[in-house]
Write a protein that binds this ligand. Structure first.
Ligand SMILES: *Cc1c(COP(=O)(O)O)cnc(C)c1O
Length: 388
């Protein structure tokens, strides 16, 4: 490699500013480093961000934890089935197995790669209790159709909104829709980050209360209450064998400032997506779907699909981009291809033709706020060189 070769451009990088750093330092100096006032404030700020006074926000240490808590609070148990998309990260489905219930994977709408409402309805059995849609890449799933299916069959709905901050569906922010719970992720590569973290959002006060208790060992009061309220500071009751899913104040300190930037971050990601769209208009590719008019796409991912007749395969394109110093990824290796899911449920690619077809042709390009216009042009030029 010559000295002139540009530095490696990673697939994803968080944008952590001076405000976040100062808030973390303040937390460290405060002496309160686990769940406390900043986690509380982050929950209140998150509810204000969603702008709906009927919502309860429960901060947790990952979206995986939040999904687990939501399903636990809804009573999902052995013998139950929960339907979700094969085209997701394993966390969406593994939480169902934590509770001893079974996962029914279904195929996606080939245009959006979001879960197909007709496939959901066809997969329902008398054992089906719940549905977990994923807002893939940051584009809202077809929630009106999915909520209608759920209502017709008495299913609970927990949205996996790990990609969807901020995303709107019919003008309403994901998190404020008519599902039972919505779970956001603040993992390092998500649209806002706390390093590790998540938020469970629900209108159901009983669900929120159960999640609050179960996120900290099944204690009927959390640590902050114990040290500030009037009841004896040492007193608590264990009402269930709970989990250790609380968000630390160190992490929440990051979230307080990341949340303030969420809309600006989304705008930058949307601008990068628009540049890519323009650069790839004449290539043998399928560009990502656009949101409906007036709706917001969070643009967590920019997923390009090679058209039939493209001059190279997906694997070759990924190799060429890496050779040009550009990181990229694939979202996702569908669950039906992973040994655990494939073997447990005897799954074959033919059962999921749309997800499989997309998987074989797709790659995710870098899309994050720390990319400048020159970075974006560099990625676009490398893709054009490989496919032009
Ligand atoms: C990242 C991700 C998760 C898990 O989020 P964590 O906060 O890392 O637990 C779940 N579902 C999807 C679709 C994701 O992309």
């Amino acid at each position: 490699m010559s000295d002139a070769s540009p530095p490696f451009l990673p697939f994803a990088l968080p944008e952590i500013g001076d405000d976040e750093i100062a808030e973390v330092v303040d937390t460290l100096r405060s002496g309160w480093v686990t769940t406390g006032p900043k986690a509380r404030r982050f929950e209140a700020d998150f509810a204000a961000f969603l702008g709906d006074p009927g919502l309860h926000c429960v901060a947790v240490n990952s979206a995986t934890a939040g999904l687990h808590l939501a399903l636990e609070a809804l009573g999902i148990a052995p013998g139950d089935e929960v339907i979700t998309t094969t085209h997701t990260f394993t966390a969406t489905a593994e939480v169902v197995r934590y509770l001893g219930a079974d996962v029914k994977l279904v195929d996606v709408d080939p245009a959006t790669l979001n879960i197909d409402p007709a496939a959901v309805e066809a997969a329902i059995t008398p054992r089906t209790k719940a549905l977990i849609p994923v807002h893939y890449a940051g584009l809202a799933a077809d929630m009106p159709a999915l909520l209608a299916v759920a209502r017709r069959h008495g299913l609970k709905v927990v949205e996996d909104a790990a990609h969807a901050l901020p995303t709107t569906c019919g003008g309403a922010l994901v998190g404020t829709l008519a599902s039972d719970a919505t779970v956001f992720s603040f993992y390092a590569n998500k649209t806002i980050t706390t390093g590790e973290g998540g938020m469970l959002v629900t209108r159901d006060a009983a669900l929120a209360k159960r999640a609050q208790v179960m996120r900290l060992h099944g204690m009927n009061r959390d640590a902050f209450d114990r040290f500030t309220a009037k009841v004896p500071s040492w007193y608590y009751e264990i009402v269930a064998p709970g989990f250790k899913y609380n968000l630390t104040d160190i992490a929440a300190a990051l979230g307080l400032h990341q949340l303030k930037k969420a809309h600006a971050f989304r705008e930058r990601r949307a601008a990068i997506a628009a540049r890519y769209d323009a650069a790839f208009a004449d290539l043998p590719v399928l560009r990502p779907p656009q949101p409906r008019a007036g709706d917001l796409h969070a643009w967590h991912l920019y997923v390009l699909r090679l058209a039939d007749g493209a001059p190279c395969t997906r694997d070759e394109l990924v190799e060429r981009l890496f050779a040009a110093g550009i990181g990229c990824s694939v979202h996702y290796i569908p669950l039906h291809l992973h040994p655990y899911w494939r073997e447990r449920y005897a799954l074959t690619p033919a059962m999921f033709p749309h997800s499989q077809h997309a998987y074989e042709r797709m790659l995710s390009l870098p899309i994050y706020t720390r990319m400048d216009d020159a970075d974006v042009e560099r990625v676009a030029a490398a893709v054009r060189t490989a496919l032009g």
